[in-house]
Design a protein around this ligand. Sequence first.
Ligand SMILES: Nc1nc2c(ncn2[C@@H]2O[C@H](COP(=O)(O)OP(=O)(O)OP(=O)(O)O)[C@@H](O)[C@H]2O)c(=O)[nH]1
Ligand SMILES: [Mg+2]
Ligand SMILES: [Zn+2]
Length: 352
Amino acid sequence: MKLEKYGWNQYIEKCSLTLNHDQSFGRVFSEYKGQYKLMTEQGSYLAEVTGKFRHQANGREDFPAVGDWVVCRERPSEHKAAIDRVLPRFSKFSRKAAGSTTVEQIVAANIDTAFLVMALNHDFNVRRLERYLTMAWDSGANPVVLLSKADLCADLDAKVASVQEVAFGVPIITVSAIADTGKEQLGAYLGEGKTVVFLGSSGVGKSTMTNWLCGEIIQKVNAARADDDRGRHTTTSRELIVLPNGGVIIDTPGMRELQLWTASEDSLDHSFTDIETLAVRCRFRDCSHQNEPGCAVQEALNTGALSQSRYDSYLKLQRELAFIRRKNNVQERLKEKARWKKIHKAIRKKHE
Ligand SMILES: Nc1nc2c(ncn2[C@@H]2O[C@H](COP(=O)(O)OP(=O)(O)OP(=O)(O)O)[C@@H](O)[C@H]2O)c(=O)[nH]1
Ligand SMILES: [Mg+2]
Ligand SMILES: [Zn+2]
């Protein structure tokens, strides 16, 4: 079996190292309490990291995660393998681990395309999509907005237009797994050497689409009650699924609450291009667009050029990002203090 079938591509090729005669490359298909299901050219193995690996790891993010490429040593007779190291990740989706605000949990690694799935019925929420887009830009994967359950939507054009408003330049695809429409457009992102992930709330149809693309029932789907098609958290774990024509899909459990992980300012720029364009004209380079003098964003808000709800979601996201940053770095708090001191000084000067 060629590794391209499992998503091996040029990015990984570039960083791949020379192997010892007893080593080979493998990909982590699933994880359960420190036990990994690995796929190599030879077959599938149950694997663990070596003692040396454990000793040298600094944190949870150093350990293998679903989607990782690793260097391992196979023991075919036992169907087991030992993991020596993890290859550098070219993209990753992370969130805060349960019960902790500062431990990074990697949801999926080495993803080429992230399908941000939103259903065209009750689930439809443009503000939430903005948050998913931010997370996607920060991951290193290319986002594609997937509007699912098109068969349930009567005002498709209006919904697509409202998504276009926030998803600048991001491809938007409408599909219905039930009515079997939109599959060809997805095809461009699938195949050998490609890894895609489905992200989105519970019940939007991620598992239904996985089965649809695989041409067989692989993932469990719960039938919706007639009066309520909201999610039930049917999918509970993540696993790589090999597509019939090669390449892999990762179906994920619906996220109850989207908890961002160290999204950078840079990723914020992508999903709030309109605000960032305005911000170029702010007097202070590091303007927070709240109450600094000479703020172009506040001005646009006053003239109505920028909507209040758009501004509010921008601020909300910024607060969340700032919170995570401060938690990770106490220095941030001191810098913040100094920054405001400078601003107040400028305000005083202006009034003198
Ligand atoms: N009408 C319609 N219903 C769909 C479509 N796709 C999925 N559904 C229904 O939506 C419900 C939820 O589908 P799932 O595929 O389990 O959703 P999920 O996103 O995997 O949900 P979690 O695993 O809980 O995160 C099921 O009853 C599906 O039959 C579609 O294209 N049209
Ligand atoms: Mg599911
Ligand atoms: Zn400003």
